[in-house]
Design a protein around this ligand. Sequence first.
Ligand code: FRU
Length: 520
Amino acid sequence: MRRTYKRTRRLAAVLAVISLLIACKKSSVNQDSEVAFQEEFRPQFHFTPPAQWMNDPNGLVHHKGVYHLFYQHYPDSNVWGPMHWGHAISKDLVRWEHKPIALYPDQLGYIFSGSAVVDKDNRSGFGTSENPPLVAIYTYHHMAGEKAGRKDFQTQGIAYSLDNGDSWTKYDGNPVIGNKDIKDFRDPKVFWHEATHQWVLVLVAGDHVKLYRSDNLKQWNLMSEFGRDIGAHGGVWECPDLFEIGVEGSDQKKWVLLVSVNPGAPNGGSGTQYFVGDFDGTSFSTDQDAAQWIDQGRDNYAGVTYNNTPDQDRIFIGWMSNWDYAQTTPTDHWRSAMTLPRSLSLHQDSQGQFYLKNYPLEQLSVISKRIVEKKSIDISQTFTLSREHFNQTELIFDMPMSEPMRLNLGNEWGEQITLTMDPDENIMTFDRRQSGSVDFDQKFAVAIQNQTYKVADRLAEVRMIIDASSVEVFIDRGRYVFTNQIFPTEPYTELDIIGAPGASIENFKINNINSIWQNE
Ligand code: FRU
């Protein structure tokens, strides 16, 4: 059976190559995406580049009904190299259309991470008020400077587009923020601050963020700094984001600063922390003392949110990998995927503590189809469900938060993932140590991941979304999240759930999720 499956995969790959050749002949546009996306481990409903290396999401901006996703991309290899901005667009944040590369390295350096804004009033002067420009703000990384041991090799540049992102012109006054001696000086996120009528830019400088202001996106002045003595500092700070967000269930608004850090995440390697506080137009401050994390899984890094969304929704996308092993994962034609786009919401608990939830957008339902539904399932004895495969599905059910639970999903070859909830210890865990191919890198599956949680006397939703090489677990609608890559060598076919004597889970559902590439 194992061999037959492998043979089928090989045959599928050969057919994919043949159809790729036919497609290239038919069309002058050499878009692998038209026929590929069938390779082993290729995600079917998560964004991946058509080919080669990808890391951070960049320039997340909504404009004229289109969500842009730019991304760190090296088009010549499946490992990190001279960085470009790859580009894709979507109308619904579910299905993506691949676009040509937006930004290429130039004499100032590689194009590192950054953001994009709609310059509505044409303050930059790059467009007109009838056709306002899209402006990208990014980091230049001058490789020769770095190799020579200098400290001034990262500066900030801008580029603009007058055709909704199809073509870009770099500003001839680049760099717009120079650098004398800050070794890690990068990843600018820009937004319009209505209260003070100015553009605000936040970037990282090693162990802290710096905030700048501008009227025209070209001249920038330093306003303040934040973070040297607060939060997690296991590694260098990267990819900040700063935004205002309403507190659910109240009229209060707060500001949230996201900061990725590598290494130093709670379960190892790269991770994204956040601070909840206030921003007065000049500086950011917080009462929070300990770091809080977006995700306790190992594969959600460098995530940032969209500018200019229609209803001011906070929509977040992260890079679904970890620098600990990002370049060695067992894929060949392409490498890395993005998390599902997620909605961020801010909440306050009974002790006054603020926390973020992140949860997939409702729109995912346009490609999903209910295939199993059960009102209540007794889990005092192991509940087992077998299916042809679970690798393009989601499981959703409600469970009492005060009860223990253990869920295994795996195949007959002993490959499996395990999620546990232990209310006595207040700990939930996720284990991918036997999830499939794991030994491509010794840092991939070193330990069981864990996370403390607050036990409550109520039901909480458990939602697990499984693609060909990832599993995203959302507990209590995104209060506790584990995002992880997995590389099962055969599909997962068996689900087991067990709880305490007398325990049951409610509203159990399984949805199939269609491929977003099937019509490519
Ligand atoms: C984060 C990061 C950024 C940098 C980019 C380079 O993953 O290290 O700080 O701009 O990747 O590709």
